[in-house]
Design a protein. Sequence first.
Length: 494
Amino acid sequence: MRAIIALIFVFVFSSCAFAQTTEERLQELEKTMKKQEQSIQELKALQKTVKKQEQTIEEQRKLIEQLTAKTKLAPPPGAPATARAPQTAVAEVQQQVEELKEQVSSVADAQRQTIPSKFNPAIGLVGETIFSYRSQGSEFTGSDRPGGFDVFQRSVELNIAASVDPFAKGYAVINASADPVTGEAAAVVEEAAIQTTSLPCNLELKAGRFFGEFGRLGYIHDHELPFVNRPLVLDQYIGGESMTDGAQLNWLLPIEHYVSLTAGVGDNFGASPNLVAINSNGLTNGEYRPINGLVYFGRGSTSFDLTPDLSLEPGISGLINPHALDRNGEIALPNGTPETLPQYPGSTLTERERSLEGVDFTLSWKPLRSNQFESLIWGTEVLRSGNNYDVLGAGPVFSRYVNSYGMYSYLTYKWSREWSAGFLFEGVENAEDNLNHTFAYSPYITWATSHWNQLRLQYTHTAPNAESGLRPDDAVYLQWAWIIGSHAHGWQQR
């Protein structure tokens, strides 16, 4: 009997437990079904919303078509102003559509950008051709180009620039100009430098090969000058553009007034080579250069707003090469052949010091009412060159110190977006013989058909004195310069 009761108890308990488990499962299943029904309802509501939006878009499209069709019908003569209302509405709708298209395009372009494309450098090409006529031959002008009629591809420059990283940028200028004597083209690296962008205290460091900041126009490329040819004093005292291999530090003073200070050091400066030594073996590059054999240069500049339309930019520059040439009585000529210079007995002519100082100013009148399309610019620079020799001889060339002066001054008036004209005056004493001097006068007119295309016509009368052995010369130049691709500054207004 007890066994039967036990079996019945187990059966009833198991049945209750099974029933409880089944009930819980049914409850969970009901909850799942309710969630699915809720999701289905949400999907149906979303479908209704989409259909409503589609209907709204279709109605707007039909309205635009109707308004567009109405605007094609010319209004009758004397029609009231309200007849033009549909046309105004269509214009507003079309403007909104165009704005939406621009926004969509900008978003699409941003999405299409890839990380590698952000590191692609900006590339540009500059070409410059000079057509000229000179009344004297090169033997009477001292020029590399012949007299008479001449065509010269002065430069073809490839400009490359890009960010190196968030802290620096790099750039290079490769010039493939033709040799002025042989006419053979040769690629030359004019500039290849790295420049910091985020140094503290308003500091900026540049290193590599670059045009050192000296004077007003010394570090400007030829095609960016406001006239055809580089001033005579820059060719005589610097040797053309202020190219150097070295480092340059610029400091923008943290004050309200603009003041910029620059200091640099380089292996050379300009086109003149900085030879080290000519030893007993006849080598033009010695085996050792002391620290005072480098070139040290600097510049300070500021700016003053005299009136809202008138500004003044003064500056000073300096250069010194304390130990320019250790030549032991010999100097290396451009062809590499040493030549012994005349000297007193016992003198070794072992050192030569080179120094150069300059002051400059630029007065700019740019009326605000003309939106920068009218301007008057007066620029002037005066330079003093000093060469220190180790012997005293006959004539200033071999005296202990040769002190020479030179200057240029120009005035350029721009009366429209495309046209400008000006006048350049130059005077310079020879750096090695200050008894030889030359004056030049150059009126010029410039037609800038666009920001990237420019023609300039210039007449130059050059008047050297008799001591120079040269003759007066009259020349006409036609310069055609162009830019394609990226170019940071275009035609500089200096």
